[in-house]
Design a binder for this molecule. Structure first.
Ligand code: PGA
Length: 251
């Protein structure tokens, strides 16, 4: 399986011109890298202006609603993302949970709708610093997985990627160390094996996110055994992001 590297631009950059420039620089940097799949997730507004002409560079949304269309002011539906050329959508990101009050139940509805619209889902889970300090990491992850995937069919799981993103590691410059990430990825796979047949849990792609940089990604690629990365801050620096993709593609 090719490693998967997701660029989560969040609410950046501030102008379309900058977004186009950033996208083009990344696209040029990736032209000769075949051994990985790269998904750029820009703010919704920019998506239709960014076109990839290379196979291993795709587009994704950072969120979507659970409905197809209708009176939902300000919202974007999974079908809209699909129709504008997205193949992926990030759901359950901790910033959606923290700033927009999204619960496991809401995330679950969104996952169902996105899969129904034929999008691949990057389902984010992760414990906060307080939960970690209280020794609740496994309990939190187990709940997020069980409630987030409630009712998701076996055949739909082929289109789900789990992103382990400890909240305390996001944007802090303090990543979870590779050994701990590896242990947590094993735990996630174990929970999935309780919910689905082994063909699903064995083949499930689990990626890591939280302060991944060009400096630390090599160590992760070799030691953590994850199938890719979700990159926030470093995905806004084209040289660094391309460096991350190159390192992951070679490992
Ligand atoms: P970061 O963000 O790489 O800036 O820590 C990761 C994420 O939120 O997906």
């Amino acid at each position: 399986m090719k490693p998967l590297i997701i660029a989560n631009w969040k609410m950046n950059p501030q102008t379309l011109a900058e977004a186009k420039q950033l996208f083009d620089s990344i696209r040029k940097g990736l032209e000769n890298i075949k051994n990985s799949e790269v998904i750029i997730c820009p703010p919704f507004l920019y998506i239709s202006n960014l076109k990839s002409n290379i196979l291993n560079l795709k587009l994704g949304g950072q969120d979507c609603l659970w409905e197809k269309s209708g009176a939902f002011t300000g919202a974007i539906s999974p079908l809209m993302l699909k129709n504008i050329g997205c193949q992926y959508v990030i759901l359950g990101h901790s910033e959606r949970r923290i700033y927009f009050g999204e619960t496991n139940e809401i995330t679950n509805k969104k996952i169902k709708a996105a899969l129904f619209a034929d999008l691949k889902v990057i389902f984010c889970i992760g414990e906060t610093e307080t939960e970690k300090k209280k020794g609740e990491t496994q309990k939190v992850l187990e709940n997020q997985l069980k409630e987030g995937l409630n009712g998701i069919l076996e055949r739909e799981m082929e289109n789900v990627v789990i992103a382990y993103e400890p909240v305390w590691a996001i944007g802090t410059g303090n990543p979870c160390n590779p050994e701990e990430t590896k242990k947590t990825a094993l735990f996630i796979r174990k929970i999935i094996s309780e919910l689905y047949p082994s063909i699903i849990s064995d083949n499930l792609k689990i990626i890591y996110g939280g302060s991944v940089t060009g400096e630390n990604v090599a160590e992760y690629s070799f030691k953590s055994g994850v199938g890719g990365f979700l990159v926030g801050g470093a995905s806004l620096k084209p040289d660094e992001f391309v460096k991350i993709v190159k390192i992951v593609s070679q490992s």
